[in-house]
Design a protein around this ligand. Sequence first.
Ligand code: ATP
Length: 462
Amino acid sequence: MADDNQKAKADVGKKKEDFEFAKILGEGSYSTVVLAKDKSNGQKYAMKILEKKHIIKEKKVAYVNREKEVLSKIKHPLFVRLYFTFQDSDKLYFGLSFAERGEITPYLRKVGCFDETCTKFYTAEIVEALDYLHQLRIIHRDLKPENILLNEQWHVQITDFGTAKVLEPGSSQCRADSFVGTAEYVSPELLTSKNACYASDLWALGCILFQFTAGFPPFHGANEYQCFQKITKGEYSIPDGFPAPIADLIEKILILEPTERLGAEEKGGFGPLKQHDFFEDIKWDTLMEQKPPPIKAYLPGQDLHSDMNVLDGMDADGQDDFDGSLLLAGLGLADQSKPLASQSDDRKALLAKQESNSPWSPFCNGELILKAGLVDKRKGFSCKRRQLICTDGPHLYYVDPVAMVLKGEIPWSEHMQLEMKNFKTFFIHTPNRTYFLEDPSGEAQQWVTLIENLQKKKKSVN
Ligand code: ATP
């Protein structure tokens, strides 16, 4: 921290010409955040640049001042730090610590949900950060995964203080004249009495903990109104298979009455929250010196959705018998000795057969189906049964087998990696997301081999 203070002093009186500007790190509603390097010492910053005209036009002057005021008070490794500000004729510049790994959300999206170790560590860091923030009498008011950034060592760096509020000494809540925050994480007291208090941040913490484990937030709806309805009624349900200590902690935090929430001043503050069973093995004093656990997915019990009954009216194993015979032919491996012309004749004949026989043909853009079968596609605690169709495109389409609607496609990429877990379960890692798939008929190995062969074939053609 001493180093940080020295750096902050040295940063007084900066100007635009002192920096080399590189890539854009992100865009906010009123700002662009750009990676900037201090020419004098190579120090990297996330430079938040705000256009004065735009801020005035959008009536966001108070918002910007608030962010600056709050950020200048915060000097803690679990928060983005404001080192300096300067301006020129048309722009304001905020020199922030650079969170190299960016937002936590893409990592969460990629794995679907975090395993227990990962959930515990990151939730503990958020708890520790809130403990510090509330000691400064600051309420964040917009805590959500998008505002949780990660630094180079994968530790949390909380950001976005535009809607934060510094409370007067002795006061424990503030009025919000308009809705502040984000629908899914906003607390019931803000919706019902337009009051926010320290425990409003705890509510958001409970929502984030739920989302880390489930892959989706506890309160959601088709629109904001529906979401708010559920929040004000405290209407959420914990999916079966949730680890018991996490479920217990969520139930103790997501309580409508703010003073009853674990971690609230009236419940003894952060001490009892940190002592909850879920955090039993967390060493709070050394949290920031610890190496964060690798980000891994939580895969709930495999029989979680065994009661799904979308197989009605299909073969017992849900496989399309028609496709088996196509597999080798479609791969072009059936008879390599045949002249090319006759191979394409074969393909045409197979396509014609496919069109008349296969219900999946309309989803395949005229490509030959190499394999099709039912899989359970998991994302956190949600599990959807889909017909997975691998074509010679190559493409991996998935179709809702009940509504017979194309739901999407696993984007084919040369960087895609296949992982075989057991005879039923396999993962497809794409650059942006990992798909967790379970083939109830136990053909995980066939899927993996087919897709890997197609990858090899595509590489050799390119
Ligand atoms: P809004 O202010 O509209 O709510 P926001 O809070 O996302 O949006 P910014 O704080 O301007 O807006 O940030 C925009 C994006 O820039 C963020 O979503 C994040 O991806 C990136 N970003 C912001 N601060 C940093 C930082 N310190 N290090 C790395 N990336 C950052």
